[in-house]
Design a protein around this ligand. Structure first.
Ligand code: KET
Length: 457
């Protein structure tokens, strides 16, 4: 009897599925002019219907960064080196879980935490700790900052972009630095925002193009959105000085622009998370510039795959904060309901414990120091292997990357002939270098750049 009833329910499901798919077929075959095609379909299964529907879908291009990381994994050349994705590697070339992060995970296990859903806006204690990390201890977060937990920095840009698209006047443009993290363009496009470039970096001088930047943001229509990298600009590793920031702030204020900060590397620029937040905090402290912040804990806490970040909007008062929180919830709920719990629990645990926080700051500094030392060593090694180029810009740059000035053709040669995987804009993730691969990488760079220019014009 038991067998029979479960069998009959099996057939019932089968029957309903078959009915559903034959309805789908007939709907499609009505639209089709070929009766033989429709009879071929009706004789077949759901797979055939899918083929029929999706045959128009074109193959998309691989991602400019993650696609190369995928190609690296597939490569079986024993010489292969990964300097593509901005992910920290230790001196042995291995991913590194920060000991403070591990300690927090142990605490979480011991506490026997449950797996309940977080609220739509995420874990409020995590958000408060995270925002304090960015805005500083002085900031009146309770009354003036609307913040939600996000799917890392990408998710934060996406929620912030959607918020801006919904609530800024129609046709407001977001201005994005040239160059920038390539995903910015795609994210804001998906949000329905109009995007335009502003000059940021000169490939002629391999340096910040401050005058170009100031001119472009001054000429942008009043009340535009200006996307700014909070520190350790990706891919150039070139940040404005505090004096240059002061000039940028002046124009933002003069033109009533909205400043949208993307902070994916706080702690990676100088090794000191407090210092790296300075430019951002100066803009907030003005009190006259509308500010949004997309914050990621992928790099500085090494929580890449945990997808942990925040999006925040600076408000005038607590009442405004509540209104904005309600709108952020409305954006998040139909997108993914609520964020994942593990990464935010880790950050919350570390930043709620003075000992772990101190330990964390030391570990973050050690990552920045190792990168800085590999940066210097790369420049020295390039000279040692005979490169005649001036690579001083690489030594001067900060953060995870070196923006070398190498052309696409040079990058392709590095990958095809030397199995060195990097993005085709000449960016090298310095975190991927170590004492074992430095000679090889420097010699290969020398081989592909020798006698050719690494600056434009
Ligand atoms: N902003 C910037 C400037 C950035 O470089 C990244 C990641 C992100 C946001 C998003 O990171 P998330 O993991 O969502 O918190 N950049 C590296 C990884 C990637 O492309 O996804 C990279 O440039 O290699």
């Amino acid at each position: 009897m038991k067998v029979h009833s479960s069998l009959s329910s099996y057939y019932l499901v089968f029957y309903l599925t078959a009915c559903a798919s034959s309805t789908a077929f007939s709907l499609h075959s009505t639209g089709s002019s070929s009766s033989s095609a429709s009879s071929a379909l009706s004789a077949s299964t759901t797979t055939a219907a899918s083929n029929f529907i999706w045959s128009q879908v074109e193959q998309g291009p691989p991602d400019a960064i993650l696609g190369i990381a995928q190609a690296f994994r597939a490569c079986d050349d024993t010489r292969k080196v990964n300097v593509c994705v901005g992910a920290y590697r230790d001196a042995k070339g291995q991913p590194w879980v920060l000991p403070s992060v591990r300690a927090a995970e142990h605490q979480l296990l011991e506490n026997n935490d449950n797996k309940e859903y977080l609220p739509i806006e995420g874990d409020s204690i995590f958000v408060q700790k995270a925002l304090q990390f960015a805005y500083g201890k002085e900031m009146d977060l309770d009354n003036t900052v609307a913040g939600v937990q996000t799917l890392s920095g990408t998710g934060a840009c996406r929620i912030g972009g959607r918020f801006l698209a919904k609530f800024m006047p129609k046709d407001t443009t977001i201005y994005i630095p040239t160059p920038t993290w390539g995903n910015h363009w795609k994210i804001f496009d998906e949000c329905g925002l109009q995007a335009a470039p502003y000059r940021y970096y000169s490939r002629k001088t391999n340096n910040l193009d401050l005058q170009g930047m100031l001119q472009d943001i001054r000429e942008a229509p009043e009340g535009s959105i200006i996307l700014l990298h909070a520190c350790a600009h990706n891919p150039t590793g070139c940040d404005p000085t505090q004096e240059e920031w002061a000039q940028i702030i002046e124009v933002l204020e003069e033109k009533n622009h909205v400043a949208f900060f993307d902070s994916a590397y706080q702690g990676f620029a100088s090794g000191d998370a407090e210092k790296d937040a300075q430019a951002f905090r100066n803009v907030v402290a003005k009190g006259t510039i509308p500010v949004l912040l997309a914050q990621s804990f992928a790099k500085n806490f090494g929580l890449y795959g945990e997808r942990c970040g925040t999006l925040s909007v600076v408000c005038n008062d607590a009442e405004e904060k509540e209104r904005i929180m309600s709108q952020l919830r409305l954006i998040i709920r139909p997108m993914y309901s609520s964020p994942p719990k593990h990464g935010s629990s880790i950050v919350k645990t570390v930043l709620s414990d003075d000992t772990l926080t101190t330990q964390y700051y030391t570990e973050c500094a050690s990552m920045a120091e190792r990168i800085q030392s590999m940066r210097t060593k790369l420049v020295e090694k390039l000279a040692e292997v005979g490169s005649k180029h001036d690579w001083s810009h690489v030594a001067k740059q900060i953060g995870m990357f070196a923006f070398t000035g190498m052309t696409q053709e040079m990058c392709d040669r590095l990958t095809n002939e030397y199995a060195i995987y990097l993005t085709r804009d000449g960016r090298i993730s310095i975190a991927g270098l170590n004492d074992s691969n430095l000679d090889y990488v420097a010699s290969a760079i020398h081989a592909v750049t020798d006698g050719k220019s690494i600056t434009e014009g």
